[in-house]
Design a protein around this ligand. Structure first.
Ligand code: NLE
Ligand code: FE2
Length: 293
């Protein structure tokens, strides 16, 4: 992202991004990122974006495609939370509205971000139940999957999940953990466990692997494929050190046996991890041959 002297913002998209050759999409991305960059936290409400028909349509398409797939593949804790949050399906909601709905349920608020937020800042905010969210939408040529977080992922994936007090507590614990960690290695380990739980976690329910991770639940492409991936048992050393590609369907996933199991393993880990515990886990991964070198 480049901020020009005239205040305009130029967004750079990855080679694989479906919108990278679409000048109107790029212009719009710059405009929305600019609104977030100009926003002054603490003194102003999160900026309202006037979404276009084209953008509302992407939201409607994804909401409609996901509805039956959530019923089929999402864990019941997510489904119940989604029902309580009752987000609109016919237009893109404003982040302020998402926060207004979440606050009475679990106390989370949404703030705007121009794009990827530095890891430490993102996690520090999770610690106080604040979610940094993008406001742009994925490209309409490929609504079933996007290689980067967009408002559909942040809201349909995360906000629905955060409407569950139990997922909300695990997410906040990861945020609080970041405040205790000094080393980059420890921070990366926590972020990687987060990736394989809150972002891409699955959980057994009635003998079947169901999705609770926001990254699966916001993609109507990936949600139809995760059941065919390699599903391993929860394993912090493995989750904390396994390499992954954020821009592709995840070929390896980790399943909790139940929500209580997830809380006992991942929730307890976030609640207690410090630099020493993280180093010990990395050493264990090394001994088990999980980390190359
Ligand atoms: N791949 C996700 C989706 O299509 O919704 C977004 C990225 C999650 C990190
Ligand atoms: Fe996410």
């Amino acid at each position: 992202m480049t901020e020009h002297a005239d205040g305009s913002v130029e967004v750079h998209l990855a080679d694989t991004h479906p919108g990278r050759e679409d000048p109107e999409y790029l212009r719009r991305r710059g405009e929305i990122a600019g609104a977030a960059l100009a926003w002054e936290r603490g003194s102003q409400p999160v900026p309202t974006i006037t979404y276009s028909e084209r953008e509302h349509e992407v939201w409607c398409t994804v909401s409609a495609e996901l509805a039956p797939l959530h019923e089929r593949y999402a864990h019941s804790e997510y489904l119940a939370a989604k029902e309580r949050l009752a987000l609109p399906t016919d237009h893109v909601p404003q982040l302020a509205e998402v926060g207004e709905r979440l606050v009475p349920l679990t106390g989370w608020t949404y703030v705007c971000a121009p794009g990827l937020v530095p890891l430490r800042d993102f996690y520090a905010d999770l610690g106080s139940r604040t979610f940094n969210s993008t406001q742009y939408l994925r490209h309409d040529s490929q609504p079933l999957y996007t290689p980067e977080p967009d408002i559909i992922h942040e809201v349909i994936g995360h906000a629905n999940q955060l409407a569950s007090p139990r997922f909300a507590a695990i997410t906040q614990a990861a945020g609080r953990a970041s405040l205790r960690l000094e080393t980059q290695e420890a921070m990366k380990l926590v972020a990687d466990v987060f990736w394989f739980s809150i972002e891409f976690g699955v959980m057994r329910e009635h003998g079947e692997a169901k999705a609770y991770g926001a990254g699966i639940l916001s993609s109507y492409g990936e949600i139809q494929e995760f059941g065919h991936m390699e599903i391993r048992e929860l394993d912090l050393a493995d989750m904390g050190t396994l390499n992954y590609d954020i821009t592709a369907y995840q070929p390896v996933l980790f399943a909790a046996e139940s929500l209580t199991h997830l809380e006992d393993v991942v929730g307890e880990f976030f609640a207690s991890v410090d630099d020493d515990a993280a180093a010990a886990l990395r050493a264990e991964a090394g001994r088990r041959g999980l980390v190359p070198g």
